[in-house]
Design a binder for this molecule. Structure first.
Ligand code: PLP
Length: 459
């Protein structure tokens, strides 16, 4: 039996993969990653694949980047783990010092966690507890969260509450408290038949009315700024985020920007809220914080948020929340090296080039395919919306497994991509070269054409 087959058997016997349909998985030969080099992953049989989704949207400088591995090894020689509960450590302090000047103005206090979901959970709880601990009837009324329709903020029960999707979560309905919802100005889904301008005007009005109605009861509003990633790369204009900021301020509602997906350069700015000049009260980060090497996340907050918890013991305002590996020293040391590299290599400048190359190649290879209904892109964050009937906006049914089949075909052609329903996602590591951008888009287009044919009637 080959080594690949032996490993596959272990996988099929013992593993349970996240967000993965078991029957479909069990019938496919898995790609078993052995190594990574630059923008490529290499399987146990030595085949190379372009990592077109940056290992779930987190890789920044490529795999096995020597500067990051050096930081990791140097820290491993000192201490691999020590807690932030009642202690502190050098790498997390160095990280705080490096990160502070890069944060949007006003965010001075950092609360470290281990994953995006747990940091979102922390941010939500901070805002809720802030109001409850403040006391008084008006403050205590502020006990609800709000978010955008089809938002995704993670998978703990609290973060599912602000990102509830009926298809995924209907069996959790009895235990998840669903947030109040507003429809984003997404023409494709919510305001069909309208022009972008009309949809935006309508969405802004709805937002204003929503705050008039619900503002008094909201502790916070959480948003993925500018790009709702997991919804399928839905992009809203900066003016929408600015309006949200204005309404949150007017109605005393904390604005939480969830930059877990958008942060660390993926949209062309370090944080997406900076495109809009919006200053959040709390900013959540994860994924790219360590350049995509290790699990680390943070909630960065304004001093007045922190002040709600920094009181004498008898006031009982301690924030009882945290994880064992929150702010792990290895991850923190790598994050410091990541931030330095981002600046030394002018990664943001490079992303602006990558965005332009992506745009050109999409125009060249994807725009003519009848199945491609819309391409949405900001920086490297790209969603290719497919349709079952060109011109109709009709989606393929889940049973057709179109995304899986396209992904499999791309893999045969040496590229890793991943679908979100009818949307094929492209989000390469930020360091990608022009040639590899070309390869990524060309293979995606070819895979779509190979699976769906060149025109209707081939599916
Ligand atoms: C916007 C957003 N928030 C939170 C999360 C959850 O992060 P994690 O998977 O690290 O828990 C994600 C993950 O994709 C995300 O895209």
């Amino acid at each position: 039996m080959s080594e690949a087959k032996r490993l596959e058997n272990i996988d099929k016997r013992h593993l349970w993969h996240p967000f993965t349909q078991w029957k479909v998985w069990s019938e496919l030969a898995p790609l078993i990653v052995d190594r990574g080099e630059g923008v490529e992953l290499i399987d146990v049989e030595g085949r190379r694949y372009l990592d077109g989704v940056s290992s779930l949207w987190c890789n920044v400088h490529g795999h096995s980047e020597p500067a990051l591995l050096g930081a990791l090894k140097a820290q491993a020689d000192k201490v691999c783990h020590s807690t932030l509960l009642g202690l502190t450590h050098r790498p997390i302090l160095e990280l705080a010092e490096e990160l502070a000047p890069l944060l949007p103005e006003g965010l001075t206090r950092m609360f470290f966690c281990d994953s995006g979901s747990n940091a979102v959970e922390a941010a939500l709880r901070m805002t809720l507890e802030w109001w409850q601990k403040k006391g008084g009837t008006a403050a205590r009324r502020k006990s609800a969260f709000a978010s955008l329709d089809c938002a995704y903020h993670g998978d703990t029960l609290g973060s599912v509450g602000v990102g509830f999707l009926a298809d995924f979560h209907h069996s959790l309905e009895s235990v998840v408290v669903q947030a109040r919802r507003v429809s984003p100005p997404h023409v494709y889904r919510f305001y069909q038949g309208m022009s972008d301008d009309d949809a935006l005007a309508r969405a802004l009005l709805e937002l204003e009315e929503f705050f008039e109605r619900e503002g008094d009861t909201l502790a916070s509003f959480i948003v993925e700024p500018l790009v709702q990633g997991a919804a399928g790369m839905w992009i809203h204009p900066a003016i929408y985020l600015r309006k949200l900021r204005e309404l949150c301020s007017r109605h005393d509602v904390f604005l939480i920007c969830d930059e877990v997906a958008t942060g660390f350069g993926k949209t062309g700015e370090l944080f997406a809220c900076q495109h809009a000049g919006v200053l959040p009260d709390l900013l959540v980060m994860g994924k790219g914080l360590t350049g995509g090497l290790l699990a680390l996340s943070a909630v960065c907050v304004r001093e007045d948020v922190f002040a709600g918890f920094s009181a004498p013991v008898e006031e009982g305002k301690t924030f009882f929340y945290g994880q064992t590996y929150a702010g792990n020293p290895l991850a923190a040391a790598v994050a410091v090296a990541n931030l330095r590299l981002l600046q030394q290599r002018d990664t943001l400048g490079h992303v602006r080039n990558v965005a332009q190359w992506l745009k050109e190649k999409i125009e060249e290879h994807l725009s003519e395919l009848p199945w491609v209904d819309e391409v949405r892109q900001l920086g490297v964050m790209t969603g290719v919306e497919l349709t079952a009937e060109p011109g109709s906006r009709k989606a393929f049914s889940a049973q057709q497994l179109v995304g899986v089949r396209i992904t499999q075909r791309a893999r045969e052609l040496g590229v890793i991509i991943r679908p979100l329903g009818n949307v094929m996602v492209l989000m390469p590591p930020l360091c990608i070269t022009r040639d590899d951008v070309s390869r990524l888009v060309r293979v995606t287009a070819q895979s779509i054409a190979d699976v769906l044919g060149q025109g209707p009637g081939h599916v």
